[in-house]
Design a protein around this ligand. Structure first.
Ligand SMILES: Cc1cc2nc3c(=O)[nH]c(=O)nc-3n(C[C@H](O)[C@H](O)[C@H](O)COP(=O)(O)O)c2cc1C
Length: 221
């Protein structure tokens, strides 16, 4: 094994911009998230809506993570859009409905971690979002067998061209089969505010299930 070290990132960064206290927290973590998300957008955070979605396949337990765009928050949870037919994440949630998403907002030195159970939104809800996408993105969603092996860029471009052709006389492109929104209904949400000397503020909201109250605890950094 080659022990040569190629990259060494020294610990130099201090987080000093904000603090987070128990008294400032809202009782419902979705409301708290809403506040932090708005602040992240206002702060000019590039792609504040990007988050890392982690899923795990059972029975192997193999975990995978990827960046996706968080699109909607409703009173049940966090909604992201993807291909739920051919992608790796689709296979994972089929075998294991638990997932996590993590946001990092560098500008505000904040992290939010969400864990919960996944459920699909209704086709009507998916269609409403699909309608807001530019036509070429709608075509892309139809054309791409996400996460399947393709032989070449040309093959992929051909799929797109064929799809454009297929819908050339269709004004409203239909929702692709298996494509749409997935909601993560949280049972744990943690808010992390970076502080100096690595003594960060962390508060975790947990609940047993949707019928029970949220409990808030402070966690050691
Ligand atoms: C900034 C960014 C945003 C992305 N947004 C999405 C998204 O909203 N939905 C999606 O399916 N993939 C999105 N992707 C691509 C995923 O990271 C990933 O490549 C894809 O979903 C296939 O993942 P899987 O094979 O693990 O299922 C995004 C990637 C980046 C870097």
């Amino acid at each position: 094994m080659n022990k040569e070290r190629f990259i060494f990132a020294p610990v130099t960064k201090q987080y000093t911009k904000y603090t987070l206290s128990r008294s400032s927290l809202q009782p419902n973590p979705l409301t708290q998230f809403n506040t932090w998300y708005s602040e992240a957008v206002k702060s000019g955070e590039p792609l504040a809506e990007s988050c890392t979605l982690a899923t795990a396949s059972l029975p192997s337990g193999r975990v995978s993570a990827r960046v996706v765009l968080f699109k909607e928050l409703d009173n049940r949870g966090f909604i992201v859009y993807s291909n739920w037919q051919t992608s790796k994440k689709a296979m994972d949630v089929k075998s294991n409905p638990r997932a996590a998403i993590t946001f990092f907002w560098k500008t505000l030195e904040r992290q939010v971690r969400v864990e919960g159970l996944t459920e699909f939104v209704t086709p009507e809800e998916s269609l409403a979002y699909f309608r807001t996408r530019p036509r070429e993105s709608q075509i892309g969603a139809h054309a791409s067998p996400q996460s399947q092996v393709v032989d070449s860029r040309e093959e992929l471009d051909q799929y797109v061209q064929d799809t454009r052709e297929k819908f050339k006389d269709v004004e409203e492109i239909p929702l692709p089969e298996g494509w749409g929104g997935m909601r993560i209904v949280p049972d744990e949400i943690e808010f992390w505010q970076g502080r100096d000397n690595r003594v960060h503020d962390r508060f975790s909201y947990t609940r047993e299930n949707e019928a029970t109250e949220w409990k808030i605890v402070r966690l050691a950094p």
